[in-house]
Design a protein around this ligand. Sequence first.
Ligand code: GL4
Length: 828
Amino acid sequence: MEKLAFPAPIVQIEDDRTATSVEALKRAILDNLYYIVGTTQANASNQEFFAAVAYTVRDRILARWFATLACYKQQDVRVVCYLSAEFLMGPHLANNLLNLDLEEPIRQAVAELGRDLGVIEEQESEPGLGNGGLGRLAACYLDSMATLGVPAIGYGIRYEFGIFSQQIRDGWQVELTDYWLRYGNPWEIRHPHEAVEVGYGGRTEGWTDSTGRYRVRWVPASVVRGVPYNTPIVGYRSGIANDLRLWRSESTESFYFDRFNSGDYQGAVAGKTFAENISKVLYPNDEEIQGKELRLQQQYFFTSCALQDMIRLHLRAGRQIDTFHEKWAIQLNDTHPSIGVAELMRLLVDEHGLDWEKAWEITSNTFSYTNHTLLPEALERWPRPMFASILPRHLEIINEINARFLSEVRKHFDGDEARVSRMSIIDEHGEKFVRMANLACVGSYRVNGVAALHTELLKKEVLRDFYELWPEKFINVTNGVTPRRWLAVSNPEQSALMTRRVGNGWLNNLDELKQLEGLAEDAAFRAEWRRVQHDVKVRLTNYILEATGISVDPSSMFDVLVKRIHEYKRQHLKVLHILTLYFRLKRKPNLEMAPRTFLFGGKAAPGYAMAKLIIKLINSVAEVVNTDPDVKHRLKVVFLPDYDVSLGQKVYPAADLSEQISTAGKEASGTGNMKFAMNGALTIGTLDGANIEIRDAVGHENFFLFGLTADQVQSTLAQGYRPRAIYESNPFLREVIDSISSGQFSHRDQNLFRPLLDQLLNSDPYLLFADYQSYIDCQDRVTEIYRDQEQWSRMAILNAARMGKFSSDRSIREYSENIWRVAAITLC
Ligand code: GL4
C-alpha cells in the first residue's frame, strides 16, 4: 500500500518543557501555537499568540508545582487553606514572568517571532472573580504564600461570569456581562477525577450503626458535582508553586431520561440547570448582603468541596482523620465560607463516625476567621426557614453547637440573658436568623481584624461580647499588598530606578527600600524621580485619551480616587472639593493654581441607586468643568470606566495624590492606599483603617491629614448632628450645594440629584459636611506644597521608601506565626 504523504514538519515538537533559552522558548511557543491553540504563526491573532505564550509559561511552572507538592508531602507540613468566595487575581502573564525570572527571554523570543510582549500581555482577559479589596487581598496573599514557601491552597468558586464590566453611557453606569472565559483560560487545569458531590435540601434521618450508636444521616433532595480547576500560583524566585483550586458546579446527570420519556421535557434538564447555576455568576455587591438562596448555595458549594478535598488528601497521605487539625489550618476570608464550621462537623460526625466532642476539638482547632468590615449591612445572616430548606442537617448541627456554646456563656456570665441572646448563633427575635459571624467566632481559634483601628473597633463594638468571653482569640493582622504586582509589574520605570540605587532585594524584602531615604536629599535623584514619574504619567495620559477621548495634561497634578463606589468612601466629598475650586476659578479667573486632573474609577453595585447617582454626578460635573473655557487647562475631571486590576496597574504608578477620604471608622483597612504610597503618591486621608498606620510609617509630615477621628464621628452623631446648620453657615459649601440643586450640572434638571442632596442636608450619615472645611483646607495645603516640586519629590521618595510594613509578605509572616502555626519551607 502506498504510504500517506505528510507535509514536512512545520514546527519542531518541544519535548523539554523546562528549557528557558530564547531558542527553546521560541520553539515551545510555536509548538503550542500549532498543537494546542491550533493555528500557525502566520495566521495567529495576538489573542491566539497570547495563549501560546501562556501555555509555554505554564509548561515551565508544572515541574515546580509537582516538586512543591512532593516536598510538602515529604515534609508532612501543615497546609493553609485559604477559603474565599472571591479571588481577584488580575492577569497572570506578566506576574508569572516576573516571578519565574522569564521576562527577558520571553520578551526576546516573542520579539524574534515578530510580536511585541506588551501587546501580547494586553490580550489577557483578567479573571474578575471578585468585587474589590477583599478579593484582591486574597490574591496578594496567594502571591506572598508562594513567595515565602508557606504551604497553601486557595479554595473558591470558578465563576463563569465574574464582576460585570462597566460602561458609562450618558454619564450613567451600564453593566455588561463579563464572559472572561470566551477565549479559554490557558492557566487552569481541570481535574475531573477529583470531583466531589455536594447535597442540597431534603431531610435528615436517624439510624443505628453496628456498634449500637445512634447516628444521623442527611438525605439531600439534590446533588451537584463540584469539579476542581487548578491554577498554579508561582512565588517570586522561590521555585514554589502553590495551588488555587476553583470549583465549577456541574450536574451529576446531564439528562434525566425517566422524565424525558414520560414527556416532562423541561424536568429532564431541570437538575442540570440548578447545578450549573451555582457557579454561574459572582454576586456584584461589596459590603452588602443580598440574602439570596443562590448565594448560600454558592457558599456551601465551595466550602463543602474544599473540606471534602482536604479530607481526601489527608486520608490519602495515610493519616488518621483525628489528626486533621494538625495538618490543616483553614482561614475563613470573611464569613462567606463560615458554613464550613458546620460542614466539617457533619463530615466528621456523620460521615466519619467521630463522636461530637472529638469532632468539635478538631473543628475548633482548624478554623480562623478574618473579619473585613464593620458595616452592619455587610454582616451575613440567613433567614432560618430558608437555611433549613437548603441545609437541614447543618441547621441541626448549628443548634447543637449553639446549645453547648450558650451554656458556656451562661457559666461565664451568670444571669446575663441579654448577652446570651446577643451571642446566640440563632437570632431568636421575630423572624429568626442564622448569624454567620457568630458561627465563625464560635468555631474559630483566632479572629482577626485587618488594621489596628479596625481590630480595636471589633473588640469594642461589633464583636465585643466575643472578645469579653475569649480575649485571647482576638488579634490584629494589618493588610498588605504584593510589591511584585503593585510595584515591579505595574511600575517598571520606577522599579528600575530603585533597583539601580539599592539593588533588587526589595522585591522580596520591601524594607530594603529604606535605603532610598537618604536619596530624598539628593537633588539629582529627585530630578530623576520626577522624570520617571512624568514618563509614567504620559503612559496613562495616552490610555485616558484612548479610553475616554479626553486629553489631559501629564504635567498637571494627578489627583486620584479609585475604589468601589460607596457612600462611606465619599467619592461625593471629592466632588464638593472640585466644585469649590471651580467656583473659585470662576470668581477669579486669574487665580494662580497648579493644574489638576481629577481621576475617578470604580464600580457601583447594580442595585445601589445612590452609588450609581454618584457616578452620574461625577460625569455631570466633568461635562461642565471640562468644557468651561474659564477653567480650561486648570481643572480636568475624568471618570475612567471599568476599573479593574489591569486598570489599577496603570493608575497607581501615575498618581501624585492618593485620595483616602472615607468617614473615620468605616473603612476596615483599605489596600489601594498602600499601592499608591508604595508608588510614591502622597496621601490625603482621614484617620481611618490602615491610613493611620501608613501615616505613622511614612512620617506625619509626609501625609495630608484631615477630618474627624472615629471617636469624634461617633460623638458628633450622638450629639444630634445637623448637617443643614453647616450648610447654612458655610458660604462656599452652600454655593456648591446650591449649584447642584439648581440644575447647573444636570441640564437644568433640578430633580436629578435630589436624593443625594436631600440626604446630605437632612442626615448626612457619612459626615461629608462635618469634614468639608477641613478637607478643603487640607487640599489647599496640598496645592501649596505641590508648587514646591523639590519638596513634593522629597516627600514622595520618603513615602515609597518607608512602605516596607505594607508588603503582604509581612502580613503572611504574621498569619503564619500567630495564627496558622505553619513554617515556611524551601524546596527539598
Ligand atoms: C473590605 C474592606 O472594605 C477594605 O477596607 C479592606 O481593605 C478589604 C480587605 O481586608 O476588605 N471588606 C469588604 S467586605 N470589602 C473590602 O474590600
